[in-house]
Design a protein around this ligand. Structure first.
Ligand SMILES: Cc1cc2nc3c(=O)[nH]c(=O)nc-3n(C[C@H](O)[C@H](O)[C@H](O)COP(=O)(O)OP(=O)(O)OC[C@H]3O[C@@H](n4cnc5c(N)ncnc54)[C@H](O)[C@@H]3O)c2cc1C
Length: 336
């Protein structure tokens, strides 16, 4: 299925995925409305540390270890994407700091990945997540996408129903709801999603250098307004309540790296990631008629956003969705 020029497309979710998809579809001449009841940036995309970090992810997230080539392809779309949106990319890299034993363990993992051991991962980049989301939305609006605070309940036979009672006609619904829709009702494939709560601390650290510092069990990511210290991975949880018992280990690890850090006044922000069993997003047509999926970003929603947006736009314009279509196939967890 494809959509004609001018087809009416609804996107549910204005996070990194939904906003990037809206931009690409509006640029391709589709009439796009993005529905999201949350205030802009109050989602995982706004909370994220903004790392575009294929190597760090392959090193420190066991589920991402096999996805390094794909993650690199996703990262390589960023320079052009960022430039068009005036999003600044920090290329200061990720510096590895920690005990001798931990460094040796990381060096061994680097070797397994076919990479040279060293102190800095130069090919991992970073952006400022909240302002990137603002720029993305503004760019999508500039090319005609409309943002609406409605919450999507269902999509059947072209009728999109919202919680406020509105029913509107659309040709396609792109589901980019992060962890928000996963009961299989709108699209059966969303039953494969599971939530992972993430807490991140934000504090001031004026003299922190430009590189992200990665230590055992923690990263310190410098940003415009604060240093981000992240992040917890609380599988199965989807609540947004700060929880000191879960951030204790993070605080200890950060203090070990930088004993002078002011953690007493750190602000805790919470987001919920959606993961699939293999850690890669679901992208493509659902079994539910007219529903396209762009969900399941796990820890890499920013890294994957341009790739996913390009793929969704390709599916909807009958272009080739590219070499990663099979790996991200929206229906890959369906029972045969
Ligand atoms: C602490 C933390 C740190 C992270 N750091 C990084 C990082 O450094 N690099 C990286 O790439 N990724 C990082 N991530 C992961 C990244 O944030 C997510 O993968 C990404 O934000 C997911 O984007 P998304 O658009 O799929 O979902 P979200 O950002 O969750 O957006 C989904 C949107 O859908 C809306 N929605 C839900 N249900 C409905 C409905 N029924 N109708 C309409 N709208 C609906 C929600 O309100 C929400 O705004 C981090 C995540 C956390 C929590």
């Amino acid at each position: 299925m494809q959509s004609d020029d001018g087809a009416k497309i609804a996107v549910a979710g204005a996070g990194a995925f939904g906003s990037a998809v809206a931009l690409r579809l509006a640029q391709a001449g589709r009439a796009v409305t993005v529905f999201d009841p949350s205030p802009p940036g109050l989602n995982a995309s706004g909370v994220a540390a903004g790392m575009l970090a294929p190597v760090s992810e392959a090193l420190f997230d066991p589920l991402s270890r096999d996805h390094l080539p794909l993650m690199r392809r996703a990262r390589d779309l960023w320079p052009d994407f960022a430039e068009a949106l005036a999003i600044a990319l920090s290329r200061a890299g990720v510096r590895l700091e920690g005990s001798k034993a931990w460094r040796a363990e990381v060096a061994a993992r680097l070797e397994q990945l076919g990479l040279a051991a060293g102190d800095t991962i130069a090919e991992d980049w970073r952006l400022e997540a909240r302002s990137a989301l603002t720029n993305l939305r503004a760019a999508a609006e500039d090319v005609g996408a409309v943002f609406d605070p409605g919450e999507v309940v269902s999509f059947e036979s072209g009728a999109l129903t919202l919680t406020d009672g509105r029913v509107e006609s659309f040709d396609v619904l792109v589901l980019a709801t992060g962890p928000g829709v996963r009961d299989g009702r709108i699209a059966p494939e969303t039953s494969a999603l599971a939530p992972i709560k993430g807490q991140i601390l934000r504090t001031s650290a004026p003299d922190h250098d430009a590189a992200v510092v990665r230590g055992q069990g923690v990263y310190l990511a410098p940003g415009e307004a604060a240093l981000s210290i992240g992040a917890t991975m609380e599988a199965g949880r989807d609540d947004l309540a700060p929880d000191a018992s879960a951030t204790q280990a993070l605080r200890r690890a950060a203090q070990d790296l930088r004993p002078g850090l002011d953690l007493d006044h750190a602000v805790v922000e919470v987001g919920v990631r959606a993961t699939t069993p293999d850690g890669l997003p679901l992208v493509g047509w659902s079994r539910a008629p007219g529903v396209m999926l762009a969900v399941g970003a796990r820890r890499n929603g920013w890294l994957f956003a341009p790739l996913v947006a390009d793929m969704v736009a390709a599916y909807l314009t009958s272009d080739n969705p590219g070499p990663d279509a099979a790996a991200l196939d929206a229906r890959r967890f369906e029972k045969a």
